[in-house]
Design a protein around this ligand. Structure first.
Ligand code: ZN
Length: 292
């Protein structure tokens, strides 16, 4: 509560690792001391290892994906349902240690580079993302805009962000990805600090956002088994234009299955954790937002 008296825009920021227990980057960033002295900011920084049971088991989750457990109207049961209630009661808007911002650290097995995930329902999300992209033009911004999902851990705060870096294999540490995550996290914290001291700039720079527009599952047989793989021409090509007629999948006989639909920029291509969710990739629309 060190800043409770201040009129800062952001008074408390929660940094989360281990929402998925087999994504080691965020876990080790939080528990290793690599975050450095977090007391230098005008806001209080709190850290959380979100799913200790899954971390100990080196699994994404025990009973249910924790990052799909924060919709209060769903009726999931088990360890993650209980954890979600505890985390919301502590850090949610009416919680005992309510936070203004959540930065949730994730890795993906997809070749996504460094991605910031935002929810544009948070009015500060887009201005912040634009400030970050102006400082790091390599940063990609994926927005949940077209998705009705509000069940991620980050959604319990007024401003929720995920840092998603890949490709990283599940259950492994990758020093490059670790450094990329650390660098972006520091940039986010420094930018939040700048906003506390100076407010948001009067004008927002141009920013490119990839807005969720749908998902595609793998081709499957009648029993649910995969009948094709991501096509090698598409594998690793996240954020690249995919148009009708482009190669999408390759079946086990060597036949190419083409994409047929509106032009799109797929992300999370071949994400290992999404096989069980029936998602071979997430489709996005590339939106170039002019300065305002
Ligand atoms: Zn994750």
């Amino acid at each position: 509560m060190q800043n409770a008296k201040c009129n800062n825009k952001f008074n408390r920021v929660l940094i989360v690792g281990g929402t998925h227990g087999n994504e080691l980057t965020g876990i080790y960033l939080v528990q290793s001391g690599a975050l450095g002295d977090l007391r230098a900011f005008s806001f209080e920084c709190v850290t959380l290892l979100a799913n200790p049971g899954a971390i100990a088991a080196n699994r994404r989750y025990i009973d249910h994906d924790l990052n799909r457990s924060f919709n209060q109207t769903n009726s999931i049961q088990g360890q993650e349902a209980d954890l979600a209630r505890v985390i919301r009661d502590r850090f949610g808007v009416d919680g005992s240690e309510a936070v203004d911002v959540i930065i949730d650290l994730h890795t993906t097995t997809a070749n996504m580079g460094t991605t910031l995930i935002i929810d544009e329902v948070s009015p500060d999300a887009l201005p912040l993302a634009a400030m970050l992209c102006a400082q790091d033009p390599s940063l990609k911004v994926y927005s949940s805009w077209g998705s009705s999902r509000r069940d991620a851990l980050r959604t319990i705060a007024p401003l929720g962000l995920c840092i998603e870096v890949g490709p990283v294999a599940q259950g492994t540490l990758d020093a490059t990805a670790f450094k990329q995550t650390q660098t972006l996290l520091e940039l986010v914290l420094q930018t939040l600090e700048r906003i506390n001291l100076e407010g948001f700039p009067s004008s927002r720079p141009a920013v490119t956002v990839y807005r969720h527009s749908g998902t595609i599952d793998y081709p499957r047989d009648a029993t649910g088994k995969l009948s094709a793989m991501i096509h090698p021409d598409l594998q690793h090509h996240n954020y690249a234009l995919l148009q009708s007629g482009d190669a999408l999948f390759l079946d086990f006989t060597g036949r190419t299955i083409e994409y047929n639909g509106d032009p799109t920029y797929p992300v999370f291509i071949n994400e290992a954790a999404y096989y069980e969710k029936g998602i071979a990739m997430i489709l996005t629309t590339q939106v170039e937002l002019p300065p305002v």
